[in-house]
Design a binder for this molecule. Structure first.
Ligand code: XMP
Length: 518
């Protein structure tokens, strides 16, 4: 069942994805497409409204992106944000000029018209501005709907044609009522039905998966991370035992994690799960290796080989497997130019499960292709997955190998697992594992130092605690954890974990440091 859809055209803004996310938060389905998309593609979607994002250009620059003519001809409401507003102004004969002062940061928007765009919002709205150019003269037929101290025309509208422009960014969290504003546009003005809910998504995905797969079998690499877990639960509802999930325990998982994946998916949910214990193989391959890049390479390659071996074994037992399910999500699709290529669906599997041999080709099933990460979590909740899985913090593919600095031995991995469990357990008890920290973990350093315990001198290893706060994991701040909590964690680690006599807290931002230590 097609949903009422708002198309967001991307003019190159860093926050274009956020616009689609915020519109979806109001319950209206939204897709993000490049501004140069073909008229046919848009017409096939049959959107009920179009939003033009911001962008880095100036409309008078040669080659600057423009407002495609067919967008106006669709006859649906249009909202231009920042550059989008300028593109509308330029296309319809208004005047855009470089502002004397670049406006960046918080501003108060004074609304001066009673229109449904402002419904339920205060007359003075706290908004976030980020623009150089501004509107000097609105095109004919437009009225001013708001101003700021620096922008006389901070919002404008042609109420007859339902074309609007705003200078501020409703999509960023610094515009606190931004989602309500976008909901006004999508629901009041475009008349979209807010029917985009996780429950409906689950229902429709199940129908789509059944249609694609028919009576076929599907293989899935289940890591226990959020995306592959949600794919597993969804596919299982759709095709039951014809989903064969392969979970490879490489020994570098956190305390109790492998068992949790097996318990959740095999025992509670009854998935057809093949759990492979490959711990010894991985430890043998890593014997004596200390170089971070070499660790990553060895684990990556061995992982693919192990998956391949299982896939061949399962195929020889059950017959050919035609499909491979993957937890690709919308940001991956948007960022991958290849997504638009007609051959994008039957790609060589090694583009996705890196390194599978050419004779192993699968059709891909990617049920989360149109979901943002927070939507994946909500779908996971709707499917009844446990909170510990749905709200899991990110975990690197090579696992604890890149947190166990120096040589990797089973003994050192266990030491790290115990320290990590104490740290994350205390954070969980203090309700700081969700929201307060974006990622928190322990690192085991191959650094021995002298300590004293009772009457004894000790000479043992060091644990570093790392906890960061970040929105996008590209930059991060260290988390300012309460000293009492750090004290408790430190005391527990040196008392309870054999072989550790010192605990330090990492207070480095990213950049210059990375989040992981290797
Ligand atoms: P860094 O250490 O580069 O990490 O600041 C940024 C984020 O990426 C995660 N990370 C990985 N995730 N495979 C993954 O799936 C990897 O090899 C990998 N390395 C780092 C890291 O945990 C953090 O969230």
């Amino acid at each position: 069942m097609p949903h009422d859809t708002i198309v967001v055209l991307d003019y190159g803004s860093q926050t274009a994805q956020l616009i689609a996310r915020r519109v979806r938060e109001s319950g209206v389905y939204s897709e993000l497409l490049p501004w140069s998309v073909s008229a046919e593609r848009i017409k096939a979607i049959n959107p009920k409204g179009i939003i033009l994002s911001g962008g880095p250009n100036s409309v008078y620059e040669p080659g600057a992106p423009t407002l495609p003519g067919f967008v106006l001809e669709l006859g649906v409401p249009i909202l231009g944000i920042c550059y989008g507003m300028q593109a509308i102004t330029h296309a319809l004969g208004g005047r855009v000029a470089a502002s004397q002062a670049r406006e960046y940061g918080p501003a108060t928007l004074h609304t001066n018209a009673s229109v449904s765009l402002w419904a339920g919002l205060p007359a003075d709205l706290n908004v976030w501005m980020s623009h150089g150019d501004r509107i000097e003269a609105a095109p004919q037929g437009f009225v001013t709907l708001a101003h700021t101290s620096n922008s006389p025309i901070a919002a404008m509208g042609d109420l007859k044609r339902q074309i609007y422009g705003i200078q501020f960014h409703p999509e960023v969290t610094h515009t606190p009522r931004g989602t309500d504003f976008l909901a006004n546009f999508a629901i009041n003005i475009c008349r979209c039905n807010p029917d985009w809910t996780p429950e409906i998504f689950v229902e429709e995905s199940i129908a789509r998966i059944r249609e694609q797969v028919g009576e076929g079998r599907v293989l899935l690499g289940l890591s226990g991370g959020v995306d592959s877990s949600v794919v597993a639960a969804l596919m299982h509802r759709a095709i039951g035992d014809r989903l064969i999930s392969v979970f490879i325990d490489h020994g570098m998982l956190r305390k109790g994690e492998a068992q949790q994946v097996i318990d959740t998916f095999q025992q509670s949910m009854g998935l057809n799960l093949v759990a492979v214990n490959a711990v010894e193989t991985f430890l043998d391959a890593l014997d004596g290796v200390t170089d971070p890049e070499q660790k990553r390479r060895i684990i990556g390659e061995l992982f693919v080989r192990t998956f391949e071996k299982e896939a061949r074994r399962i195929s020889s037992e059950l017959g050919d497997i035609a499909f491979l399910a993957q937890g690709t999500i919308y940001p991956d699709v948007i960022e991958s130019a290849a997504a638009d290529r007609p051959d994008a669906h039957r790609i060589k599997s090694h583009h996705n499960v890196a390194g599978l041999p050419d004779d192993m080709q699968f059709d891909l099933v990617e049920p989360l292709r149109y979901l943002f990460k927070d939507e994946v979590r909500r779908v996971g909740e709707a499917l009844g997955l446990p909170e510990a899985i749905v709200w899991r913090q990110p975990f690197p593919g090579p696992g604890l190998a890149v947190r166990c600095l120096g040589e990797i031995t089973w003994e050192r991995l266990e030491r790290l697992r115990d320290a990590d469990a104490i740290f994350t357990g205390e954070l969980r008890d203090a309700e700081m594992l969700r929201g307060e920290t974006s990622q928190a973990f322990a690192v085991l350093l191959p650094v021995q130092s002298v300590g004293v315990m009772g009457d004894h001198r000790t000479y043992a290893e060091t644990v570093a605690l790392r906890a960061v706060v970040t929105d996008d994991f590209m930059t991060a701040d260290w988390a300012q954890l309460p000293p009492e909590l750090l004290a408790r964690v430190s005391a527990r680690i040196v008392n309870e974990v054999e072989g550790v006599n010192r605990v330090v807290y990492d207070i480095t931002t990213k950049p210059p440091a990375t989040i992981e230590w290797e």
